[in-house]
Ligand binder design. Sequence first.
Ligand code: PBG
Length: 308
Amino acid sequence: MRTLTVGTRKSLLALTQTNWVIEQLKKVRPDLTVQLEKIVTKGDKILNVTLSKVGGKGLFVKEIEQALLDGRIDLAVHSMKDLPGEMPTGLTIGSIPVRENPCDSLLSRDGRTLAQLPAGAVVGTSSLRRQAQILAYRPDLEVKPVRGNLDTRINKMKEGHFDAILLAQAGLARMGWQEEATEILSTDIMLPAVGQGALAIQCREDDHEVLALLLEIHHVETARAVKAERAFLQAFEGGCHLPLAAYAEVVGEEVRLTGLVAHPDGTKVIKGIKQGRDEKVIGQDLAAELKEQGAGQLLREVREGLVG
Ligand SMILES: NCc1[nH]cc(CCC(=O)O)c1CC(=O)O
């Protein structure tokens, strides 16, 4: 097989994820040769400003997709939760490898769990999804925005800017920093972002050589779960900056999907569960059910900046 060029963002997490994928590929094809092509995306350039204010889906993805289309790279590893619903013609997801821990974690300065944090404690997160759910559970906490890469956020907490922060356990685990988590939050308290903990490996849809290779590390159960979660998200024309969460698991032959839409201040949580064989159908059905309870209107208000 030809030497493959793998595109990646320059952040430590992106490099770590990409190297993990290359390792998995080499397990099945020991003779595989690859070279890395580091790409700086718009999202990386503006990490220090409020992404939700800048808007724009796929801030971390666009330049990488262009490099794939131009043939400068042959495959690219994305965090599934950062990947927009629509994909440019000519590209496809060739593989969804096995999912890491999908949960969110609380990291606190003095080792206190979420239940033990005192009233008024300051929790750092810039995610409306995390903000909404943490305030629904503990309305007495204060949420403040925090930006930057994982290590930047952890350092800001340790320096005392926050009593605690919320991060995806998957990111910590991939970096080998799982011990930094004070508490892995149950999905009952903190439902994850769509696709959280999963990776998507993107390639050109006519590159059969790469497609055959990627199939070797495809994980069918993860792919089924993510398909249900993304069908739910797409029914809301959702971006990743909305107070929307979903998590699915394979149960026997079926997939069980839990989804929610919340007011950013946590005063309202619209939540439901759907189980069935067809991932797309349960995603769409659950979205329709939550819309009947006002979820569509709530998200429109968030998008238009009326609340949040
Ligand atoms: N939004 C940024 C982002 N995109 C992917 C991860 C790592 C976890 C994952 O793969 O889902 C993170 C960090 C975080 O949210 O704490």
